[in-house]
Design a protein around this ligand. Sequence first.
Ligand SMILES: [Zn+2]
Length: 253
Amino acid sequence: MSAIFSGHDGSADASPARAAVFIDKDGTLVEDVPDNVDPARVRFTPHALEALRMLAERGYPLIVVTNQPGLAYGRFTRAELTRLQLALAEMMQREGVLLTDFYACTHAPGPAGPVPACLCRVPAPGLLRQAARTHRIDLQRSWMVGDLLDDIEAGRRAGCRTVLLDVGSETVWRMSPLRTPHYRVHDLLEAARTIIASDEAATRLDEGVVPEAQLPQRGEPPGLMRHAASALQALARGPRAARAQPGDFGRLS
Ligand SMILES: [Zn+2]
């Protein structure tokens, strides 16, 4: 496991733990080019930068979590992976998006069985937990966004809420409660809007403005998640709509 941007261990920091958004890399943040470490071949997924800018502007640390077993298989070197990480952060920075950190499991998957080869390969939650310790992140208030059910499982195992980018990457659909996303969306922009709307609705609930019955229930089957997004959209136009940014919710459904 590597984390290249961590300058310090933030555990001594007295500030309250923050909510973060964890983002899978291949197929979620960038188009999936297997084992690619060439910055010239990096292409962001549709609306990725716009989505991340929205989240960054609202104060969410953005943290990439990714399996990169190509290192263990000798398909690229650590130096090449580090160069790719730095280039990715630079590309995002040029668009006004700060990448808070980047965590990669560089181990090979073990043989199928109950004992994993390492504790950091997604769907294990090791990378998220490590990030939480380093950056004082409240996992219960955080989000994991990915295009595979393994990403969802890693997020749920860490205690996060989860958003599945339903873009055709997942082909096996081995479902279980731990692999059931809280929301399903079609691109990162819809993911960002869903996260923002859900957290704003929860804040209003905390303030006693919205009856709980209007909020989507945890554990709803995925097919209902888009209805939940619509409910949140309606909610956003509700009593405290003036707080919402114009256009934030208009294209949600
Ligand atoms: Zn690992």
